[in-house]
Design a protein around this ligand. Sequence first.
Ligand code: COA
Length: 198
Amino acid sequence: MKLKIRKYKKTDLDSLYQICLQTGNNGKDATKLYKNKKLIGHIYSAPYAIFEPELCFILSMNSNPCGYILGTKNTIRFQKWLKNKWYFKLQKSYSMPLDEDNSRDANLIRQLYIQQDNREEFKNYPAHLHIDILPNAQRRGYGRKLINAFLKELIYQKVIGVHLIVSKNNINAFNFYQKVGFTNFKFLKESILFYKSL
Ligand SMILES: CC(C)(COP(=O)(O)OP(=O)(O)OC[C@H]1O[C@@H](n2cnc3c(N)ncnc32)[C@H](O)[C@@H]1OP(=O)(O)O)[C@@H](O)C(=O)NCCC(=O)NCCS
C-alpha cells in the first residue's frame, strides 16, 4: 500500500465529493443518510478546491484519492464568493425546502440560502480548513502530514491565523486536532471552534 500526498488536480473533483460523503456523518459514512449524494460535497469540499486549488492537497493510496485537506485563506472573501457565485448557481437546481421538511437533505439545501456566519475570530484567524481521510488510510500519520502541508502553504501565503469547526459528536477529530497543535478551542452550541495563530 503506497500512500502519497500531492497537489489537487481538476480530475480529483469527483473524489472530493465521494470522500466527503463517506466521512460526512461525524467522521463516519453518510452515504445512507442522504438521498442526494452530492449535496454534502457541494458545501464542504468542492467549492474550496474550485476557489483555492492551491490550498487543496490530496492523499492517495496506490494512486487513488483516499483523503484530502482543503480550505480557504480568507473566510470572509470565500463566503462572498459562495453567496454570489457558487450557492447562487446551485440555488437554481435546489429550491428552498418547505418549512415542514426536516430531512437531512432539506437541512443541507437550506444552507445554500442562509447568510453565512461572520464570527469575530475570522479577524485574527482568517483561514479555515476541512480534512477527511477514508478509514483504511487513517491512523497512519497522514492526517498530521496533511495539516502540516496546509499550514506550510498558509504561512507561505503570509496568512496570520487559521480556525476550524468540529461537531461535538466527532470525538476522534476533537482529539486529533489537539494532538496536531490546535490547542486553543472554545465550545459553541453544537460544535467546537479551534483557532491557531501562524
Ligand atoms: C480525524 C482524521 C483527519 C485524523 O487523521 P489520521 O490520519 O487518522 O491521524 P494521524 O494518524 O495523522 O494522527 C495524528 C495524531 O493524532 C492522534 N489521533 C488521530 N486520531 C485520533 C483519535 N481518534 N483519538 C486520539 N488521537 C488520535 C494520533 O495518535 C497522532 O498522535 P501522535 O502523533 O501523538 O501519535 C481522520 O481520522 C479522518 O479523516 N477522520 C474522518 C473524517 C473526520 O472526522 N474529519 C474531521 C472533520 S472535522
